[in-house]
Design a protein around this ligand. Sequence first.
Ligand SMILES: [Zn+2]
Length: 469
Amino acid sequence: MLRLHDSATGEVAPLALREPGKVSLYVCGPTVYDAPHLGHGRFSLVFDVLRRYLIFSGLEVTYVSNITDIEDKIIERAAERGITESELTAVYEGVWWDAMDALDVLRPDETPHATAYVERMVELVGDLLERGVAYETDDGVYLSVNEVPGYGLLARQSLESLRSGARIEAAEDKRSPLDFVLWKNAKPGEPTWDAPWGAGRPGWHTECVVMSLDLLGDGFEVHGGGLDLMFPHHENERAQAVASGREFARHWMHNGWVTVGGEKMSKSLGNFTSLSDLIDRSDPRAYRLLVLRSHYRSPIEVTPETVAQAEAGLARLDELARRFDLEDPLDQGPVLPGAVDSDAAGSAAVDGLATEAFVNHMDDDLDTAGALAVVFDLVRQANSAADAGDDAVAMQSARTAAVLVGALGVRLAGSDNGEIDDTAADLVRRRDAARAAKEWAEADALRAELEAAGWLVEDSAEGTRIRRR
Ligand SMILES: [Zn+2]
């Protein structure tokens, strides 16, 4: 059984299921006002690995991740560019999914958009006002955190110590500096929705608590995101759930920072490098392998050196796939638990001991580094057994490596299923010509044609790049 670190308790504990065999995850998605950065890539990969591993363990997984399509930064950026908020968010949502597809991150089962849930958010804010835990000011509606039992759980600090560290923002007429906004009153030129207490728009923390509870119900299993979301975003989501008498997430899971040269990866520090940039300049599978090499709670360094090391690891896996003519286990979607029982080749069932070692590592709070070490041991074993002429052992080790690495979502590019046929090559040529001539509709139509034929399409500096899904 999987044991996970819970940010609320600071302890590693068995995953507590609401219902046997089923698990629900809510992972905070992007605010789509800019291109995704490396931190977005990391959390998407970490939670994709968790999701795939839960599926591999035999659980039925429901994965929800939202799109925040109304927020201060969106309004500002749209105004700067002289376009509407929805025009802006449509562009960056497209960029987001292109990056996710390139990284082989499975699409969520549900992708709620905040603007589609405003009515439910109005209901929640109304309920909190009625309960007397929220109050109106000149600029909106706030939650009084003094009324929330256990506020500070995720910050792992008492209300008292949080309060002494809080900044006092002079312009706001809040009762306590930690109180946070549930509803922002309408300002000229901003998108607004009606509410009984006055038109306006929801606060970010209200968006996620409403969408997660609405789609997954009370007491869903895991709420996750990057470490930067733990406080105040997740604390404040939880506060609203508690204040409205709802049972919220059972586990809180947060992944560590991405650093570049020892500094925190964050746009506010000015060291922004886009995720698309990384995907274009490296094997798109490399970031996944790089993420897997560290524990998800540790910081990772994403530099040309660490990416190149990950590519060297991929080369060894691809070489194995070519030598043993292995099929990519991801071709059929996520790897299922049955993959370790089957005996397709008649003589080369998987290595049970290695599989058990892999599972033990993964069950121990997703020790992916340990799990990968098992995979690379199998690669070594397969090669040396084949060199020594022991084909049965070699094939068993190779096949086990493929299944296990597939369970982590790493694609194998060794066999010929990635070869570009003449039809696809022709579509690529025509698409590059259309793009050069700025015939965007034609380029989009050719992209759609390639995608329909099962290709992942990426734009790089050299032009259209494709590979098998
Ligand atoms: Zn959120």
